[in-house]
Design a protein around this ligand. Structure first.
Ligand code: SAH
Length: 454
């Protein structure tokens, strides 16, 4: 039964936190979700949306604050949709992420005996993003805007810095805004599907400081290309690559399928532990480098390699996990659906002199079947799928291949749970380690270790 009215102000105590980081107040059993509130807080809120089964409230006033409440350091936090948890202390964020994994695996999945370790966090959880995808637009007065989207919208909040991107990215964002205004470069208008520059994407090698700037265009040509390249590279000599990417479709997908290098190299490099990686513009590369090192080291430990194992690395991207495993394995096979990423993986293997690797472009569910037919028998399989998890046919073939150990890295523990449940008859879930790859957001990454029962 609906127990609140729209636009009325109420008071209540927050009893729970959703996985989106919204506090929950209950009127009888009817829930009201209120962003930016924390468990045990007494708050005053205004109801802004009423539905049959729930309502949404806006925080008006915190009457009794949680001891975990902190002042968000970002000036744009109230409007921006980028971060959701800056009002929660970092220690409590890590606990919240662990609790989320416990709720899923212990309560929903009823795997109460599985140890779920503390979330591996960052020492300094700021400036961690090595990739920024900054939308470009104009405001009502026709001025060029760059920044991030307002929560649940595509309105751009014009910004001059973002605390989770690094100083170079902030500097290039501001310089680009000025240069585009100077040369009157038309920004893209999403509703009308008109205008030119849609996004500016900036990638940075964390340990090399190499920078790549990509202008994503609704068109084929950037006017004043030479002047823009000159102005940017003079101000930022660390830029080693500038590209145009062509995205002329009416879509939310940021990058198109084709790009052209207009300055410098085709790729930038970064290092992870002893390995060097080439990173192109279309390939997936983990966003948070220091946490990626912790994630991969944990994955390597779970793989427990002695040097004799055949390893399959599914959803391998540019081969990062594969190459972490290769020095400790007999042979590593990697599969990935983006052909450019497989090209990067092959050159990464060559550059790091890891010749005991084979990389194949294709869907993991198809290629694993092919490998099975070729008689490849893996001892260890690592998987790291996108948010939607693994294809059911992939899990079936994986089960039939019967590796001793599966190391499952996931950016979405609910699809990970679904996939692990399919493997349960033949595998024991030994333990899970959550890793915080995206501080101040609600995302949680997990690594699960599974062992064959027979
Ligand atoms: N293990 C890599 C990449 C993980 S991201 C790393 O740590 O960097 C997930 C990857 O899965 C992306 O590169 C994406 O392109 C790829 N992918 C998505 N669907 C796929 C499929 N069906 N088969 C193979 N790869 C897929």
């Amino acid at each position: 039964m609906v127990l609140v009215k729209k636009n009325e102000v109420y008071e209540g105590k927050v009893v729970d936190l959703t996985h989106e980081g919204h506090g929950v107040i209950k009127q009888e059993r009817y829930p009201i979700f209120i962003p930016q509130t924390l468990i045990d807080e007494e708050v005053q809120y205004k109801v802004i949306k009423v539905k049959k089964n729930f309502a949404i409230g806006k925080l008006m006033n915190v009457k009794t604050a949680s001891p975990d409440r902190v002042t968000p350091p970002c000036d744009y936090y109230q409007q921006c949709g980028g971060c959701q948890l800056q009002h929660l202390s970092y220690r409590a964020q890590l606990e919240m992420k662990r609790k989320q994994v416990i709720n899923l695996f212990h309560h929903k999945g009823k795997m109460t005996e599985v140890p779920i370790h503390d979330t591996i966090g960052m020492d300094d959880p700021w400036r961690y993003r090595n990739k920024s995808q900054i939308p470009v637009g104009v405001n009502r007065e026709g001025q060029l805007q760059m920044g991030f989207y307002r929560q649940r919208s595509h309105d751009i909040i014009d910004m001059d810095h973002c605390l989770i991107q690094n100083d170079d990215q902030n500097g290039i964002m501001n310089a680009t805004k000025k240069i585009f205004a100077q040369y009157q470069i038309p920004a893209y208008n999403e509703q009308k599907h008109q205008g030119l520059v849609r996004h500016v994407v900036i990638r940075k090698g964390y340990y090399t400081n190499e920078l790549m700037v990509i202008f994503v265009l609704n068109g084929k040509k950037l006017p004043h290309e030479h002047e823009i390249v000159h102005a940017l590279t003079t101000q930022f000599p660390q830029i080693v690559s500038i590209k145009l990417n062509f995205q002329t479709h009416k879509t939310n997908v940021i990058m198109g399928q084709t790009s052209k290098t207009i300055y410098g190299e085709d790729v930038i490099q970064d290092t992870l532990d002893e390995l060097t990686f080439d990173i192109g513009d279309l390939s997936f590369y983990q966003i948070n480098v220091t946490q990626t090192q912790k994630l991969y080291r944990q994955a390597l430990q779970y793989a427990n390699l002695t040097g004799n194992e055949v390893v399959l690395d599914a959803y391998c991207g540019i081969g990062t996990i594969s190459l972490f495993m290769a020095p400790h394995a007999q042979h590593v096979y990697g599969v990935e659906v983006v052909p450019e990423a497989i090209e990067d993986a092959k050159s990464n293997a060559r550059n790091n002199h890891l010749n005991n690797t084979t990389f194949v472009a294709g869907a993991a569910e198809d290629v694993i079947l092919q490998w099975q037919q070729e008689g490849i028998q893996p001892d260890v399989v690592t998987v790291d799928p996108p948010r939607k998890g693994c294809d059911a046919t992939f899990i079936e073939t994986l089960n039939a291949l019967a590796p001793k150990r599966i190391v499952y890295v996931s950016c979405n523990p609910s699809t990970q749970l679904r996939d692990i449940e399919m493997l349960k008859p033949a595998y024991t879930l030994k333990e899970i380690t959550p890793v915080d790859m995206f501080p101040h957001t609600t995302h949680v990454e997990t690594i699960a270790l599974l062992e064959r029962k027979y």
